[in-house]
Design a protein around this ligand. Sequence first.
Ligand code: ADP
Length: 632
Amino acid sequence: MAAKEQKKQFKAEIKQLLDIITHSIYTNHEIFLRELVSNASDALDKLRFLTAGGQAVADADAPLEIRISADKDAGMLTIEDSGLGMTADELVTNIGTIAHSGSAQFMKEAKASGESLDNIIGRFGVGFYSVFMVADKVTITTRSATPEAAPVSWTSSGTGSYTMQELEADAPRGTRIEIHLKDEAKKFAEERTIKDILRRHSNFINFPILVAGEQVNTQPALWREPKFKIKKEQYDEFYSFLTLDQTPPLETLHIAVDAPVQFTSLVFIPANSSSGLFDNPDNYGLDLYVRRVLIERKHKDLIPEYLGFARGLVDTEDLPLNLSRETLQQNLLVDKIKTTITKQVLAQLAKLAEDKERYAEFWKNHFKVFKLGYSDFINRDKFAELLRFNSSADEDQKGLNSLAEYVARMKDGQKAIYYVSGPSREAVRLDPHLEIFTQRGLEVLYLYEPIDEFIMDSLRSYKDFDLVAAEQADIGELEKFESLDKDEAQPEALSEEDSKTFEDMLLTIKELLGERVEDVRESKRLKGSAACMVTPDGAMSSQMQKYMQLMTKDTSPPVRVMELNRDHPLTRNLLRIFKHDQGDGFLKTSVEQLYESALLLDGYLNDPHALVGRINALLEQASGWYAEIKKA
Ligand code: ADP
């Protein structure tokens, strides 16, 4: 007796999705075919993977292909594959739920932000539903490759519900999708239209696609062709087939290697931004084929994360076909492939870097991912060459400099490459630690991202030059270089006695600040500011400490050294007050203020209330004195 037909409601998320899709009037509707054909191709890949591993399947002799037929008069289109098929349970989970939760929400947002639905559909793994752009009724008949499984059918008009039924009579292995086209979509039942669409979107599908018995796709396994036979347009076409990205890639690598492992590979560097990788860090890798059989999409062990912006595939003869995905993980051959691909991509980038403008394109789109390369110790030198930084030598935040360019501009006798971190160019340029660099005309690299500190910390040096944070620079080294503003009036030197009093004042200030500071000392680096905080020798740079604190959620300011500019008018005034009365209250208030101002500049001031209260009190005093002088 035939199993009863069951009627089920779609989950809320699917209803939402269907609602978006059926109302997508401005979308390129033909992509539904691309989605269904690529599902069929995936199902065939999975089946081939099973049989390659020696598993028994139903209809073992059925040819692996996709058949498409159409009936124009009836407005029907049918897509059949001899792939993996689905059991009743699989049908419910695969078609009845969305693989990535939140997809509907994402789609809504992406659509609201103006992104076209064509791009969105492929990305969010909801391809099947795109059929409801053109269909008012769809029937899936599917028979799983598992030998004892019963065939099932599923029908829906893409509104609120679907029906399912286990079938009595046997059916061939695989999946048949019958589409009843909407009136306005009847053209998709025309053979010519179908063939055109397939050539546009599905030319590289790895299995024959037959329309009325004739194979339409002509270009399987482009990577197996000799390089000299392939035109740039073919690579570009394959790239957009693989990624759904319509912009041709910035770079294409076609790699064929025989030793130590035999493999061929196509690797593309997209021209579009990869910053989205950070929304979903797992979304990288190269597709792995063994003798043209797809083993796994986006296999992560084939390319390091920092080159994760690259898209493409690897096909090797040297791995066994019946390899499980788990054992693949520790496979030495896979590791060797990764090593070779990494070297080749880095070499290609080095070549690209010869063209500054194009390299800037690369950098703009992929630096976020690429910077993770600081952890690749083996390729450390090559990685260092490929880094770019903004610098004090640039006119604006757009300027990009390599370490090599910095070194070429270095002053005679300069022993280190200096850098400073901050959230923006404006912020960095206010950093008092830079005053001596500006005064001596020394270039400083500007680091705007937390990860830059990690890069500097792990590289430590470039060629013969140490990478040194500006605040940790050896001031003696900097003073060797001539001051650029030597014509400026020098402040009057302190008398010997005043110098001694200044030293006493530093001690008093240290007592006032207590455990909050490691030391208080005279500054050689400050020119225009009265005070700043520096990290004690040998400690992490302030920025690095801050990033560490972000991770540990510790918000207390680090204990550092306070430096005072002896020649600053403010310091001189304090010295006068100190000479008069070492315990003066105004001196205390000023020291607190200088300390908190420094914290504020460095982003460590958690509560500004005390600081604002103090400033107001000082203003009140100052305005009183000022009014007195002016006799207002
Ligand atoms: P995606 O293909 O991105 O996962 P879809 O909505 O297109 O999203 O398909 C959902 C799932 O349904 C697929 O992952 C697959 O498991 C199953 N499926 C779809 N089409 C087929 C098919 N022709 N044969 C076997 N399984 C299929």
